[in-house]
Design a protein around this ligand. Sequence first.
Ligand code: CTP
Ligand code: CA
Length: 225
Amino acid sequence: EEQLNKRTTFHKKRILITAGPTKEKVDPVRYFTNHSSGKMGYAIARQAVQLGAEVTLISGPANLEVPAGVKHISVESAADMYDAVMEAYPNQDVVIKAAAVADYRPKHPFNEKLKKQGDNLVLELERTKDILQTLGEKKKHQFLVGFAAETTKPLEYGKQKLEKKRLDAIVINNITEAGAGFSGDTNKVTYVSKSGNTIDLPLQSKNDVAKAILQQVAKELKDDR
Ligand code: CTP
Ligand code: CA
């Protein structure tokens, strides 16, 4: 197996990574979010620095230490993340979208604390913009890697996302499998490239998953030339 050359693998490459959940405001004291811890994205950022990349990490609220050498941009909502990602995008060589972005947000967030009234409450939600879909549509030279969190038919749904969002690769996460998913320190993923190359990675630490993903990205970037 080809050994990765530390510090030179991604020499002069700019890698943008998104991580963590987003937070969508309901009123001044409440919000919608999800179970993403940010650990997977932060691990990718840490490993990418080790491999010599210039790393920008755009993350929603995560309780994690930012790895040394990483340019960190902290955001809250899906809309904030969209703006930060779009601004950074033109300069990037690789984008890895590990963030768990809200698909919907309250359509009319309240400026005053919502008082309880009645037995039921209906909140209207509206779709957020799909950041990764937009990156796919605007893609020039960038190598685009998405994540897919699935509870059923992971390979089928993951491959659909790869095509629909015009990605170069997708990391498919079956979040119902033991040791996989949002909050733990391990993960079990399948890497699928647009050429159809499918790699089932073993259950391992998120750091090792990050290494394996970056190794595969490096290989595909090299094969591209
Ligand atoms: N994503 C994004 N912007 C959104 C929603 C998702 O950039 N508004 C990105 C995620 O960061 C991830 C990929 O799209 O890299 C797939 O996210 P996922 O939630 O698995 O899929 P969706 O396309 O949102 O479809 P669904 O949730 O309906 O399965
Ligand atoms: Ca989604």
